[in-house]
Design a binder for this molecule. Structure first.
Ligand code: HEM
Ligand code: HEM
Length: 182
């Protein structure tokens, strides 16, 4: 498999970034949902948010790489047998996925830094808190984070549903191109 995208299919870099991020984001969703229910005396009360924030920041950094790669290496050509409205919907869906991920990274940063402390990424490096302490900001960012995460998961379901529809019903190479098997 070539590393770069060709006109027929996604290359190794795009494919690896896509599936790595998909896995990380789905894991972040369930981790986030679970960790907000923990009580102070639970063993994971501090550990899970630490892991959630660390993976979240790494997803943010990977997203920058992914967008840079996307702009320097054009996506494969659109499949000839799919109608224009499907290309448009897919494009809008992909933009929606990117925007929601960006909203989650920004709101996650704002919740985490609302107490005036930076974010330790796996005790490896620290992202500093650039704004002053503000519990209200943390509260608002928390609501946005929660809604954005729910919307993202709904859009991912539609996105994966569309991929399966292409694969099993229309039997075209949409999914195979993202698996490196077209
Ligand atoms: C795509 C990435 C992400 C997803 C899907 C995600 C998902 C979630 C979910 C579902 C929750 C539970 C929300 C609730 O029910 O109140 C949550 C909470 C949280 N997330 Fe994320 N998250 C992501 C990225 C981040 C990032 C990058 C950070 C920080 C740098 C972060 C920090 C937090 C914090 C601090 C909470 C706890 C909020 C609270 O106590 O109300 N998240 N996340
Ligand atoms: C959190 C989960 C996911 C996110 C955030 C995500 C995001 C994206 C984005 C942004 C693209 C556009 C690629 C580009 O940048 O050009 C894409 C393409 C694609 N994704 Fe996902 N994806 C996720 C999960 C999945 C799943 C579970 C499947 C299949 C079961 C899937 C199948 C595909 C396919 C087939 C394409 C290529 C579409 C095309 O060529 O037009 N994705 N995905």
């Amino acid at each position: 498999m070539a590393l770069k995208n060709t006109t027929e299919q996604y290359g190794g870099v795009s494919i690896t970034l896509h599936w790595l991020m998909a896995l990380a984001i789905i894991a972040l969703y369930f981790m986030g949902d679970y960790m907000v229910e923990l009580t102070y005396y639970d063993k994971l009360y501090h550990t899970l948010p630490h892991i959630h924030k660390s993976i979240g920041i790494l997803v943010g950094l990977t997203l920058v790489l992914r967008l840079a790669w996307l702009y320097s290496h054009p996506r494969p050509a659109e499949l000839p047998n799919t109608p224009d409205w499907q290309h448009l919907l897919a494009r809008l869906g992909h933009i929606g996925l990117y925007l929601l991920i960006i909203a989650l990274i920004i709101s996650g940063y704002l919740i985490s830094t609302a107490k005036g402390k930076g974010i330790e990424v796996f005790n490896w490096f620290e992202i500093p808190a650039l704004l002053a302490e503000s519990p209200e900001r943390g509260e608002i960012a928390g609501k946005i984070h929660e809604y954005a995460a729910t919307l993202l998961m709904l859009l991912v379901l539609v996105h994966a549903g569309a991929a399966f529809l292409h694969h099993f019903y229309w039997k075209d190479s949409t999914l195979k191109r993202m698996l490196g098997r077209a």
